[in-house]
Design a binder for this molecule. Structure first.
Ligand code: SF4
Length: 168
């Protein structure tokens, strides 16, 4: 008898980006540490559209979810502009990790362009923009990050019931 080919249900993918502020990249490493779980997400539910060093895109694109790592150094004008741009271009902004959520953990600007600015110069991203979801931890666990990605997916693409469950 002819084998019936198993068909995957077609789901609409969301777009996800990683926006790097003043962080140590540990959060991104933790995101990548999802291994097969990450591949499953990227194969079926999300496209990674922005992540310096991983995706060859220089300017922040429109995206569904921005995972923002790192606090914002107020002395670095570019960072201040960039976080605002991320807010304009993303439907959901996630403060990924303690630096983005609470500020003041790391104390270096991107590229080391500022020489040890004062601690008060580093602020959580919520000081400058509205934040939709927070993932605490330094670094957050891979599972925490994955769960928040799934929550963001349900908020954007889920049924009304799923959206309600995800806290919409
Ligand atoms: Fe690095 Fe921790 Fe800050 Fe993430 S929260 S950027 S792992 S110092």
């Amino acid at each position: 008898s002819e084998k019936v080919k198993e068909e995957k249900p077609v789901v609409e993918k969301i777009t996800v980006g990683h926006v790097h502020m003043s962080g140590c990249t540990g959060c991104l490493v933790s995101f990548a540490d999802n291994y097969e779980g990450l591949f499953k997400i990227l194969d079926n539910y999300a496209d990674l559209v922005y992540a310096l060093t991983l995706v060859d895109v220089r300017h922040i694109p429109e995206m569904d979810v921005a995972l923002v790592e790192g606090s914002v150094c107020l002395q670095d004008k570019c960072s201040v502009e960039e976080i605002k741009e991320a807010r304009e271009k993303a439907k959901i902004v996630v403060a990924l990790g303690g630096c983005a959520a609470y500020g003041n953990i790391t104390r270096f600007c991107r590229g080391g362009q500022w020489n040890q600015p004062q601690m008060e110069s580093y602020v959580p991203i919520a000081d400058l923009i509205d934040v939709d979801l927070y993932i605490p931890g330094c670094a957050p666990t891979p599972q925490q990050i994955r769960n928040v990605c799934i929550m963001a997916y349900l908020l954007l693409k889920g049924t009304d019931e799923q959206k309600e469950l995800a806290g919409a």
